[in-house]
Design a binder for this molecule. Structure first.
Ligand code: IMP
Length: 428
């Protein structure tokens, strides 16, 4: 086993942070490849709870290199504040972190732009407008921020454009451009020691036999191309993004692990066919503590969606699926699973490409018996109640992908790995 991508197979918040943290010991480097501080990975170690937004969860393992790849957009203020709180908790961030000189820099005016134009319920972090500048070929990269001679002119050109847009939209607030420039010049000096060509760092490490874990943020259905556009994030959250977002070629990737909840959640607007808008949805939210780790927003909750899981497995080439939060379903008498969609008089198994088409589908559910027995903390597959094993086996056969790892609680040891599976072999 060498280089593995771990990514979300649904709409995010699948519990990737715990899984990355759990298997991190098998890798030398953990690299993030997209997104920014819109992500929120929670890792519980003993009585300490770490919420990571920009920095890969691998940083929590002493001696591991954590890489922020070129595919990310980095708000230096958010990065430095995260670094400070991790350092205060005893993590050696300055020593372990490398930041790509090609990652794009996020400025406060990106948030202003987002406030003016957000139509989908974003995390309001300015992520989309920063990626817009990247695609528009006017963004500033880390290398540009560190360029003492030319940064001011690059910043002034970008800032003047934002000022003009804000005025055109009648935004009265002062963008404080002079002050921002000075702040960013100061940030640059604090970040400088960690910035390098991370594509070279990663490729040379792989050449030398080191193992890399690529840590996805957000998830497949929030991918800019393959997700439920336009209700998506602005980056490539699916497996392909790991290559473009780090500069590591596809030939260097050995396996892809998807992470999915035993049910489904999403935050923000957009189609969600299996959403439970009744008391059951509230119950899952309560039991699963389904509130955003970045924004605190209540997550929309619903049932496991097989067509979505199959599509996600296909897009990413998922070798093995990790199912998390099984214990959240412990008290249910019956558990609906969406096996197909109905569109008008037809049954369809594909996800429609338009919002209107997707919102019009009705989920076709099969109800499986619940187990009504606590599974919190179960760590051996054979110790799960028979109905819980049947539920997992059903998802596995319908989704067409191995389910070899099941999470039954937030702690590291509250995890089942099924022996003899491809997944178990990967991490043996
Ligand atoms: P943005 O990433 O802030 O542009 O938000 C775009 C969409 O992605 C919104 O629906 C957000 O709620 C969603 N989103 C972004 N990051 C996450 C995440 O980490 N978990 C779940 N949803 C997310």
């Amino acid at each position: 086993m060498s280089n593995v991508i771990i990514l979300g197979a649904q709409w995010g918040d699948e519990g990737k942070g715990k899984i990355v943290d759990l298997f991190c010991g098998h890798f030398d480097i953990v690299a993030r490849y997209q997104g920014g501080h819109n992500a929120g990975h929670t890792v519980q170690i003993g009585d300490k709870k770490f919420v990571l937004k920009l920095i890969p969860s691998g940083i929590l393992h002493p001696g591991k290199r954590a890489v922020i790849g070129n595919g990310l957009v980095v708000d230096p203020a958010a990065l430095l504040s995260e670094m400070e709180s991790l350092t205060a908790m005893g993590v050696n961030v300055a020593e372990q972190l490398s930041i790509s000189n090609r990652a794009h820099v996020l400025f406060p005016f990106h948030r202003t732009m987002e406030r003016m134009l957000d139509a989908i319920g974003t995390t309001s972090r300015g992520i989309g407008p920063c990626y817009e500048d990247k695609a528009g070929r006017r963004g500033i990269r880390m290398a540009g921020l560190l360029d003492r001679e030319h940064f001011a002119a690059q910043f002034d050109a970008l800032a003047a454009e934002k000022d003009a847009v804000a005025r055109a939209f009648g935004v009265a607030e002062d963008l404080n451009l002079g002050q921002i420039r000075a702040e960013y010049e100061a940030f640059a000096e604090r970040i400088r020691p960690m910035v390098c060509d991370t594509a070279r760092l990663l490729n040379e490490a792989i050449r030398d036999g080191k193992r890399v874990m690529f840590e996805g943020a957000q998830a497949t259905m929030l991918d800019l191309d393959h997700g439920t556009y336009p209700f998506v994030t602005s980056s490539s959250a699916s497996a392909g993004g790991a290559c473009t977002g780090t500069g590591v070629p596809p030939t260097s990737i050995d396996a892809i692990i998807g992470v999915a909840k035993a049910y489904t959640t999403r935050v923000g607007g957009g189609p969600f066919p299996t959403e439970a808008l009744d008391v059951m949805g509230d119950e899952i939210r309560r039991r699963g503590n389904e509130f955003g780790s970045v924004t605190g927003r209540p997550r929309r909750c619903g049932w496991f969606d097989i067509p979505l899981a199959r599509y996600s497995a296909m897009l990413n080439g998922i070798d093995s699926l990790v199912v998390t939060k099984l214990d959240v379903l412990d008290e249910l008498e019956k558990i609906p699973v969406c096996v197909t969609y109905r569109s008008g008089r037809h049954e369809i198994t594909e996800m429609p490409a338009t919002t209107r088409g997707f919102e019009a589908v009705e989920p076709v559910f099969e109800c499986l018996p619940g187990w009504r027995t606590p599974t919190l903390g179960v760590s051996r597959y054979e110790d799960l109640p028979v109905e819980a094993r049947e539920y997992v086996a059903y998802l596995e056969s319908r989704a067409g992908v191995e389910i070899a790892c099941i999470s039954t609680g937030p702690e590291r040891n509250q995890t089942i790995v099924r022996p003899g599976t491809r997944f178990a072999k990967l991490f043996s």
